[in-house]
Ligand binder design. Sequence first.
Ligand SMILES: [Zn+2]
Ligand SMILES: [Zn+2]
Length: 98
Amino acid sequence: MSDNVIALRNTQVSGVWVCAQCQAQWEKDITLPWGTTLRDHREVCPDCGCRTGSIKGEFIPEDPVWVCDCGNTLFYITQGGMFCPGCGGYWTDTRGAE
Ligand SMILES: [Zn+2]
Ligand SMILES: [Zn+2]
């Protein structure tokens, strides 16, 4: 099996975690405890020590990704454009792509 595919019964998860307390982000491979869903699972933050790290994304594309000026790579896609939850900015055009 390709290792960038996560099967439903596979409890090995690799991804980026983000801390709700201090916004730290880190990459970690974990084995999800039996009976736990990825959505509910919390990791201990390596920065502040709180168990408030939740998975940021289950899959990370190998292709280059859009990076906001603030460094965020996850966006809300809306009718008005791409909203960045990191800085509150909107990307409504293809700045830098002329
Ligand atoms: Zn933290
Ligand atoms: Zn931003």
